[in-house]
Design a protein around this ligand. Structure first.
Ligand SMILES: O=C(O)C[C@H](O)C(=O)O
Ligand code: SF4
Length: 515
């Protein structure tokens, strides 16, 4: 069992740090489709850089290493109880080694278990098969894209698309809507797994299982193959683009499965996965516990091509229309008011992380440090201690900002914050506060956790470690953190623009296609 545990550990490390070749291929193709110099193209090169860095550093591609979900096939008679224990041990070790973030949180108290072990985590499904080897597959699907999953109950009425009936065309509309409603918040461009039928639980399960298909496979069901092709061709006409910046590619893969349903229910369940589509699998020899084969082509088969990173390319992009502005924290109101949507800013100086627990806390408590002119980074990093006991940032991309929408505007005003960095954009209340107070929202590239971790030169301190590592307030000395102004202090929001634009585009898919 010791060797089996070691093999599972290798599977976890590979999944978290080395994006498989089929996923890389889809990202490379997207890069070719985006016009050079656009925000989406620049973001894709940062993503490519990040994939390369994660592989090279053997560190998480994205700081959110998700809900570890294993699907294990075992020969008849194999001891699944012992295997489960070994998988749990391997998860705990991978967490200790900073290959996984501490991601298992008590839902009632908010306490982080610290090792990814707890009721319901990790998720392990066993199934027997009549083959002699063990197959273990793993998906690490993060919380931001999980939040963008959606389940439709047909018949229904869909925004922009009208009636969706209990037929293939109704299903088509649901899938188009699913891509639209995700916008950039699940770190588009994304992959979707779709489950048709089942009940509420098995429908979602089927949808998630579709994500285990290779990106380049062909659906054996002719009708579903046509549906997948249709979605791949048309979803990209929505213009959402990488991170919701607008662009040619919003979807990188679509896989649809079907199962029977009850006469009264007709669910279409959609599992949305970000570009950081981390899934891998291994075949294991039960007599030795050794890995005999990898299930998906590994990342090293397809090196990501090098390109200029966003901060270097941005200045020359779009024939000088895009400005690059270097800001030193604390930032003045005047500096902030001079920024416009589309500007690239490079931040130097102290920065502070803060996400869900901190925002809730700050509503009715004081801040442990002066936040006047400060930059708050919506980020739950992976942290580790070095040989001397000092904290180091191992992975630190942005988290979805919209979750802080109920608090953000009030907190900006209460503490004098000048810039908020996150991803996916924020809503009307925050936009109003940015305008009134003089603040900006800066969009970083979701999932680019290695790329941003390099900008944090020193950990100055931490508050609220009792919230758990991801939720604590980390004080970070920052150098060269590049982000794009997507909401400014003049009432402009790129997110609102792209959403309105894609809503209008969605309407072109209203007419029946599969009749
Ligand atoms: O939890 C995180 O760090 C990020 C999350 O996956 C998100 O996409 O918002
Ligand atoms: S931050 Fe983005 S890339 Fe990372 S898990 Fe969340 S949705 Fe995926």
């Amino acid at each position: 069992m010791q060797q089996f545990q070691e093999s599972i550990y290798k599977l976890i490390v590979e999944t978290s740090t080395n994006l498989p070749a089929d996923v890389r291929e889809a990202i490379q193709e997207a890069r070719l489709k985006e016009d050079a110099g656009t925000r989406s193209a620049l973001s894709l090169s940062t993503i490519a850089d990040n994939i390369r860095m994660a592989e090279c550093n053997v560190s998480p591609i994205c700081q959110d290493t998700g809900m570890p979900t294993f699907i294990v096939h075992t020969p008849v008679g194999a001891n699944q109880i012992e295997m489960k224990k070994a998988i749990i041990e391997a998860v705990a070790k991978a967490t200790k080694d900073s290959k996984l973030r501490t991601n298992s949180v008590d839902s009632l108290t908010g306490a982080n278990s610290g090792d990814n072990i707890g009721p319901g985590t990790p998720v392990i499904h066993f199934e027997q098969w009549e083959r002699p080897e063990i197959e273990a597959k793993l998906i690490l699907k993060g919380g931001g894209c999980e939040n963008k999953n959606i389940q439709y109950s047909l018949p229904t009425e869909l925004e922009g698309l009208g009636k969706a009936g209990r037929d293939l065309d109704g299903i088509r509309k649901c899938i188009m809507h699913a891509v639209y409603q995700a916008q950039g918040q699940g770190c588009s461009a994304g992959f979707i797994g779709v489950g048709i039928g089942g009940d509420r639980t098995t429908g979602y399960e089927l949808a998630k299982h579709q994500l285990f298909r290779a990106v380049d496979d062909v659906n054996p069901n002719e009708e579903l193959r046509k549906l997948e092709d249709y979605v791949m061709e048309n979803a990209n006409k929505l213009g959402i683009g990488t991170m919701g910046f607008g662009g040619q590619v919003s979807l990188l893969g679509c896989k649809v499965g079907v199962m029977n349903r009850l006469p009264a229910s007709f669910y279409v369940s959609v599992a949305y996965n970000c570009w950081a589509f981390r899934r891998q699998g291994v075949l294991i020899d039960p007599s030795t516990g050794d890995i005999t084969e990898w299930v998906y082509r590994r990342g090293n088969e397809l090196p990501m091509e090098k390109d200029e990173p966003v901060k270097d390319a941005a200045a020359s992009a779009d024939s000088g229309e895009r400005r690059e502005i270097v800001l030193q924290t604390p930032i003045s109101e005047e500096q902030i008011r001079s920024l416009r949507v589309g500007d690239v800013v490079i931040i130097n100086g102290p920065m502070h992380t803060g996400r869900d627990a901190l925002h809730k806390y700050l509503m009715d408590h004081d801040s442990p440090i002066d936040l006047n002119g400060a930059v708050i980074y919506h980020c739950g990093p992976v942290m580790a201690k070095d040989g001397e006991g000092n904290w180091v940032v191992k992975a630190a991309g942005p988290t979805t900002s919209i979750r802080e929408e109920p608090y953000q505007g009030d907190i900006i005003k209460k503490f004098g914050i000048r810039a908020v960095i996150g991803k996916g954009g924020m809503g009307a209340k925050t936009l109003k506060a940015l305008q009134e107070h003089g603040g900006v929202y800066l969009n970083a590239i979701g999932g680019a956790a290695q790329y941003y971790a390099e900008c944090f030169k020193k950990v100055e301190g931490v508050d609220f470690l009792e919230f758990g590592i991801p939720e604590a307030m980390w004080h970070l000395q920052t150098e060269g953190f590049a982000a794009i102004v997507t909401m400014d202090s003049h009432g402009n929001s790129l997110h609102a623009d792209v959403e309105n634009d894609s809503r209008a585009k969605l309407a072109q898919f209203k007419e029946p296609v599969f009749v």
